[in-house]
Write a protein that binds this ligand. Sequence first.
Ligand code: PNS
Length: 164
Amino acid sequence: MAIAVCPGSFDPVTHGHVDIIKRAAKMFDKVIVAVLVNMEKKPWFTIEERTELLRKATAGIDNVEIIGFNGLLVEFAREHGANVIVKGLRAVSDFEYEFQMALTNSKLNNEIETVFLTTSAENMYLSSSIVKQVGNFGGDISPFVPECVHDEIISRIRQRSEAK
Ligand code: PNS
C-alpha cells in the first residue's frame, strides 16, 4: 500500500491545504496529514485545534487521516509506514525553504522521497498568515478557509486579538 505524509503547521487550515490533500489522496492509497511543530513559527492555534479543524475540513475524503505530532517528520513517516512526503509549492519564494527541508529529510532518512505538487492558480497567494492577518483586523476570511471551519477559526482569531 502506498502511504504518503502531507506535513505542515496548518495554523490554520486554508483552501490551499485542502486542495493539496485532496489531490494527494487521488495519487496514494492513504494520505496521513501530519500536524507538526515548525520551530520558526509561533502558532496561534494549538496542535489539537489545528488537528480538529483539519479533520472537519477533510471529513469527506475517505483515505485521509489527520494526526498531530511533536517530533521529526521523518520519524513520523517511518512510524506510519510512509515513504513519500507530499508538499505544495506556491511560488519561487517557497522553493529555497522547501528544498532545504527536503534535502534535510532525505539526509535523515534516504528511503523517504519528497514530492512537490504545484498549488492551484487560485490558491497561489494564499497562506495561513494571510488568514490570521485579515481575520485579526476584522476582514472577511471566507474566501480563504473551508466554510465548515470558518466560524471556529474566526472566533479563535478574535479571542486572541481581544486578549492582547
Ligand atoms: O507548514 P510549514 O510551517 O511550512 O511546515 C513545516 C513543517 C512543520 C513541515 C516543518 O517545520 C517540520 O517538518 N517540522 C517537524 C520537525 C522536523 O522534522 N524538522 C526537520 C525538517 S527541516
